[in-house]
Design a protein around this ligand. Structure first.
Ligand code: IPM
Ligand code: MG
Length: 368
């Protein structure tokens, strides 16, 4: 049976790194007995330029129909002045919300060959393997009201405004993300930290209450509560103390960028965004994207690092198609080319060979 993918390269380097995934798909279909079929769509600034919105309804419909969405990156200075609801990021947020992708898995693995590329000392990051489980469809990203209200002029005739974002969580949202995180922890090193700001935020109090309740169903997992600010500090102080970290949408956004950098470069980090498993079909909606952004400054130069994009595709094989061996093969091919000394500019080190985006893609495919 053929598997239906929907590719959304997006903006900036999105197109270049997605081209490497397309090469990989063609190779797998030819040599590894897969039967992937794909269509491509527009998202972000590129969709805005074409349709005046960050994603069209037709492309949304295709994303909803696909077995998996493979996403590049969105955004860039070109769209800085676009209306807030049409900005490039709105396309990604709509995909997450409408597909119900509440669970965002962001693994941060430090490849042996890259331990010296990290901003931290080798001994702190060598062998690092942590997983951030970020809640992705709730919290301050989506809470209502979300608005700017005009308050009228002050005594100097200057217009005053009030901006409101709403941090909002219901117990079921916390419960389901906590279960995803504990399930992951059981398959890994059975240790889980839950990060919130319950010392300041009432939503944090509920977060902690619900996670602790879920923890009772997972007695074999060592559970720790951690305040999100302390978690950020501990990530750069002693990252190897962590195995799985579960946290809300905003803290997850911030902590995962910090965790990413431990591995050498933001260009290395893949992610999977998963919905609930459909009880009838056993399937779940899913989107796979690199954690890095569209990097407009280096777009179009064939120098971007395609590894996070390719590793995101490997996550699709693992989580959407249960092709575990093939996913392992791709991940091994990535560490293989790094061991061979091939580097894109962002992870370039002494005595290594700098390669372009397409050369890196070719080298990974050659390893397969
Ligand atoms: C991420 C990104 C997005 C987010 C942006 C592009 C909306 O930073 O996936 O981490 O904030 O979630
Ligand atoms: Mg982010």
């Amino acid at each position: 049976m053929s598997q239906k993918l929907f590719l959304l390269p997006g903006d900036g380097i999105g197109t270049e790194i997605m081209a490497e995934v397309e090469k990989l798909i063609a190779f797998l279909n030819k040599n590894k007995n897969t039967d992937f079929f794909y269509e491509k769509g527009l998202v972000g600034g590129s969709a805005y330029d074409e349709y005046g919105v960050a994603i069209s309804d037709e492309d949304m419909a295709k994303a909803l129909e696909a077995d998996a969405v493979i996403f590049g990156a969105v955004g860039g200075p070109k769209w800085d002045n676009v209306a807030y609801d049409k900005r490039p990021e709105a396309g990604l947020l709509r995909l997450r919300k409408d597909l119900g992708l509440f669970a965002n898995l962001r693994p941060a693995i430090c490849y042996q060959a890259l331990a010296d590329a990290s901003s931290l000392k080798r001994e702190l990051v060598e062998g690092l393997d942590i997983l951030i489980v970020r809640e992705l469809t709730g919290g301050v990203y989506f809470g209502e009201p979300k608005e700017i209200i005009e308050l009228g002029d002050n005594e100097h005739g200057k217009q005053q405004k009030r901006a409101i974002d709403t941090q909002l969580y219901e117990s079921y949202e916390i419960d389901r993300i906590a279960r995803v995180a504990f399930d992951m922890a059981i398959k890994r090193n059975k240790k889980l930290h839950s990060a919130d700001k319950k010392n300041v935020m009432i939503s944090g109090v509920l977060w902690d209450e619900v996670v602790r309740e879920v923890a009772k169903d997972y007695q074999e997992v060592e559970f720790h509560h951690i305040l999100a600010d302390n978690c950020a500090m501990q990530l750069v102080r002693n990252p190897k103390q962590f195995d799985v970290i579960v946290t809300d949408n905003l803290f997850g956004d911030i902590l995962s960028d910090a965790a990413a950098m431990l591995t050498g470069s933001l260009g290395m980090l893949p992610s999977a965004s998963l919905g609930a498993i459909d009880k009838k079909t056993g399937k779940r909606k899913a989107l796979y994207e690199p954690v890095h952004g569209s990097a407009p400054d280096i777009a179009g130069k064939n120098i971007a690092n395609p590894i996070a994009m390719i590793a995101s595709f490997a996550m699709a094989l693992r989580y959407s198609f249960n092709m575990i061996e093939l996913a392992d093969e791709i991940e091994n091919a990535i560490s293989g080319v790094l061991d061979d000394g091939l580097r894109s500019g962002d992870i370039m080190q002494e005595n290594c060979q700098q390669v372009s985006t397409s050369e890196m893609g070719d080298a990974i495919i050659a390893k397969l």
